[in-house]
Design a binder for this molecule. Structure first.
Ligand code: NDP
Length: 491
């Protein structure tokens, strides 16, 4: 067997221990359940050293580079990232199990665009505001927060790393980024790209490890802002860690958490479009998307026709090796996660007693021992079922019916989550009226799961606080205001 080299954190100072002296973790290939890379966890000494280095690097990054110079560097990073598209795609497919066609067509171009978008942002938004006050005047500057931290989930590792670091660095902060232990590669490549583009060492560092590494960042009084993407459960833990460290930690925190979003099909919708939308809202990324519209509310008059077309089209999905261009569904990210999803399918069948119309099975034939599942469609669902209430984060769609608009709005909002919602209708007034009443951070009308960088992204209720992306939202999230009053009279 060939010796597997351990991946190590990308930090400015030398790593404190060799792989044999510190904890390591094996990464499995989701397509065949075989070991591939090993990762070496950052030690507490590495983390503390990286925080110190991030602090001195940030001061120089802000003081010695004008917004225009930072902008040029980030723009260059965007070009380099596009040039390394094939390499990044291959790693991202292996790490996540998501298909090559998705990652090539969405993740890499979106990451490059995000870098380009924030490259130009500080020169527009850092200028602040000017105020005449009596005979004097004042101005408000937007200044960097200092050292920031990003903690990412495993489903969109590259996008998590870029969506957090591009605005942070662009506004003059430094960032310590902890990717999920399942998906470390794209953040490490991003660190190389930033350095090649001219970002000074220490401004963007990657710390590898499990949740304990993230917990140290959250507790650190030297970190001014944490941007977290992950589950509601971990988000709650972060709040507790911060509260326990509250005597010396008043940092800002953004939480991008899970969801159980409603996808609503009104009686006047274009049914084929609605079926396409529902599939996009449930099967994309093997069902592992936070904003997925997994509670599909279909008007009772359309139910039979909808289900027939949905099952027919879902059966045609090509499940297989995610490195093949024509594959539409790859493996789940890990064995544990696959088992969690299978467990929910059992609950749906046996405890909830919903009707499993199609799928929900592990697929083995010619796919080695990978973590492959067929998409599961449950009908005859009710609001109180566990599969309807809880986030599964896999290909499990629950189909519910309704009779009128007021009823569906009330039931769509009756959840602890508030990340996203979708409405399919051809009545434009109704579409806007419903969008007004849905309690969610993102609402799509006649489409689903789009997240252009121009639009702020985030949730309400247990789906989180704060926003990523957008222009003004990003400026407020990644900077702090400084008011300067200038007295023009004697006092
Ligand atoms: P987790 O909450 O398990 O993990 C997220 C990150 O937090 C990982 O890097 C994890 O490290 C780290 N972590 C775990 N425990 C702690 C801790 N105590 N302190 C600090 N950090 C910790 O989420 P998943 O990775 O499983 O991602 C899936 C979840 O993310 C779903 O609920 C999904 O809805 C949500 N999500 C939300 C998005 C949004 O924009 N709202 C976008 C994408 C996903 P490690 O992996 O090494 O344990």
């Amino acid at each position: 067997m060939s010796k597997v080299q351990a991946l190590t954190s990308h930090i400015k100072s030398k790593i404190s221990k060799s792989a044999s002296q510190s904890s390591c973790y094996s990464l499995y290939n989701a397509t065949n359940n075989k070991t591939r890379d090993k990762i070496q966890f950052a030690t507490p000494e590495d983390i503390q050293q990286a925080i110190q280095d991030a602090s001195s690097a940030q001061e120089r990054w802000h003081r010695d580079h004008t917004p225009t110079q930072r902008s040029e560097i980030l723009q260059k990073a965007s070009y380099i990232l596009t040039g390394r598209s094939d390499e990044i795609t291959a790693h991202e497919v292996k790490d996540t199990g998501r298909t090559i066609s998705e990652i090539k067509s969405y993740d890499v171009p979106a990451a490059s665009r995000c870098l380009s978008y924030y490259a130009n942002m500080p020169s527009i938004l850092s200028n602040g505001t000017y105020h005449d006050i009596d005979h004097s005047f004042a101005y408000v500057k937007r200044e960097p927060i200092g050292v920031t931290a990003g903690i990412g989930a495993w489903n969109y590792p590259l996008m998590n790393a870029v969506a957090k670091s591009a605005p942070s660095l662009s506004f003059g902060n430094s960032m310590l980024f902890k990717p999920s232990e399942l998906t470390p590669n794209s953040a490490l490549i991003l660190a190389d790209i930033y350095e090649e583009a001219g970002v000074p060492p220490g401004v963007f560092q990657v710390l590898l490890g499990d949740g304990s590494v993230g917990a140290e960042l959250v507790a650190s009084p030297s970190i001014g802002k944490v941007s977290f993407t992950g589950s509601v459960e971990t988000g709650k833990k972060l709040c507790q860690i911060k509260a326990a460290a509250e005597s010396n930690n008043f940092s800002k925190m953004t939480l991008e958490l899970g969801g159980k979003s409603p996808f609503i099909i009104m009686e006047d919708a274009d049914l084929d479009q609605a079926v396409t939308g529902a599939m996009q809202a449930n099967w994309y990324s093997n069902g592992q998307v936070c904003s997925n519209g997994t509670r599909v509310f279909v008007h009772e008059s359309l139910k039979d026709e909808f289900l027939e077309r949905l099952v027919e089209r879902t059966k045609l999905f090509k499940i297989g090796d995610p490195m093949q261009e024509d594959t539409e569904v790859g493996p789940m990210v890990s064995e544990n996660h696959m088992n969690d999803v299978l467990n929910y399918i059992e609950i749906g069948k046996n405890a909830d007693k919903a009707q499993l119309l199609y799928g929900g099975e592990r697929v083995f034939s010619s796919l080695e021992d990978g973590f492959y599942l067929t998409p599961a469609i449950f009908s005859n669902c009710t609001d109180d079922m566990k599969i309807v209430q809880e986030e599964v984060f896999g290909m499990l769609m629950s189909v519910l019916t309704f009779q009128d608009e007021d009823e569906v709005i009330r039931r769509a909002n009756a959840t602890q989550f508030g990340l996203a919602a979708g409405i399919f209708t051809n009545d434009i007034k109704r579409a806007h009226r419903m969008a007004n009443h849905l309690k969610a951070g993102n609402v799509w009308i006649n489409n689903y799961n789009l997240g252009p960088v121009e639009l702020p992204w985030g949730g309400c209720k247990h789906s989180g606080v704060g926003r990523e992306n957008g222009s003004y939202d990003a400026a407020f999230e990644w900077t702090m205001g400084k008011s300067v009053y200038v007295e023009m009279d004697d006092i």
